[in-house]
Each structure stands twice: as structure tokens, then as C-alpha cells.
Design a protein around this ligand. Sequence first.
Ligand code: SF4
Length: 215
Amino acid sequence: MAAETVIAAIRRIYEQFDALAETLPKEITVEGEVRALACKVGCTACCHQSVNVTAGQVMVVKAYILRHLKGDLPKIASRLRHTRKGLGETMGAVGVRCPLLDQEGGCTVYEARPLSCRAFNSFDRGACEASFLGQDEKRQSVTLSKLLTLRSDATKAILQTELAAGIAAFRQHRINAEGQIPNFELVRSLTTALQDDDFEQKCMGGQVLLQDLKR
Ligand code: SF4
């Protein structure tokens, strides 16, 4: 399977996920109170946390940047490197602005954003700000359980695609302890991917190892 085929397959999974997610309610009732979906353009709270990705999802974002944002590549790469340096050894960072956000609070790779970003939704903006911007005590956000099911199904479909493609990083996921499937973190793995013209070929050829993406 060619890298382009994997990228196209993952993008199709995204499209299906988005279409199903769009059918979900935009209002819910919590303890007798009707709440509207809080996610709006310009609210960037959820873009201040680590984003989990698989190797294939990194390939999708990289392909989008090379196709649509090539002129901005030096700026994007520099912002990624800067953020990555700030992350140090930390995993699961909160309060760190995603370097793919633009000045207006829009996602520069919106069409190609990872599944974690697509699947995020909240009916409590205050909870998001408290959790990701540290403006208050952490509190549990309200999200749709049906969306979590859709996300889980889409994740499985992506991993199956990567398994079929023989992506080495995925094989390493499989041998990880306790049957868990740890993902990569977006900033680190995309920095690595953009620095390496042969990233996709190495992934497909079994040469990109988990530790390479975590460096
Ligand atoms: S990739 Fe886009 S949607 Fe996801 S955290 Fe970064 S800016 Fe936000």
C-alpha cells in the first residue's frame, strides 16, 4: 500500500466520522438544565492540551501542510520546534498552545486535523477553560457518550488501515504492554515528520520506530 493510499483512507474515515458527528444533538439536558454545544470558532481552550495521533494521522497533517501551506512551512516548523522544546520530556501537557493555531484562534490544518481534535466537544465552555487554560479548579466537562463511541470506532478503523499498510509504528503499538494502544503526541511526531522527506517511506518500510516519534 502506498503512503497516499493510507492518507486517502484515513481522510475518508474522518469524513465518515464528521458526517455522523454532525447528526448528534447540539443541545442536551443536564440535571434539568438545557445546555447548548459550547464549541465555537475562536474558542481555543481545547487546543491547549496534548493531541494524540497515530503515525498515519501525522502523515495526513504533513501532506496537508505540504500541499496547502508550503509557503508557511518555515514558520510552522519553527513554531513546532519551539513548542516541542518547551514540552521537554512532559507527556500529556496541558496549557500549551498548539503551534498549529493561527493568530485568530483558527486551526491552520482544520481539514486535516487529527481525530482527537474532531472528536472533542463540550457543553461547558467554563469547564474547558478551567481544565486547559488553568483559569479555575479543574472540573469535568460534559460530552456526548455517542460521540465517544463514534471516536472509538474511527480509531479502530484508522489502526486497521495502518496495520494493513504495515506501518511499523503501529506494530510497536501492538506489542506494547497491557494491550493498550498508546498514541503519539502531535507536536513531537509532526516535527519529526516535517524534518524528514522520507518519513512516509520509512513508516511504510518499517524504519520509523516509536522512539523516533517521541524524541
Ligand atoms: S491541530 Fe488544530 S484543532 Fe487540533 S489542537 Fe492543533 S490547532 Fe487545535
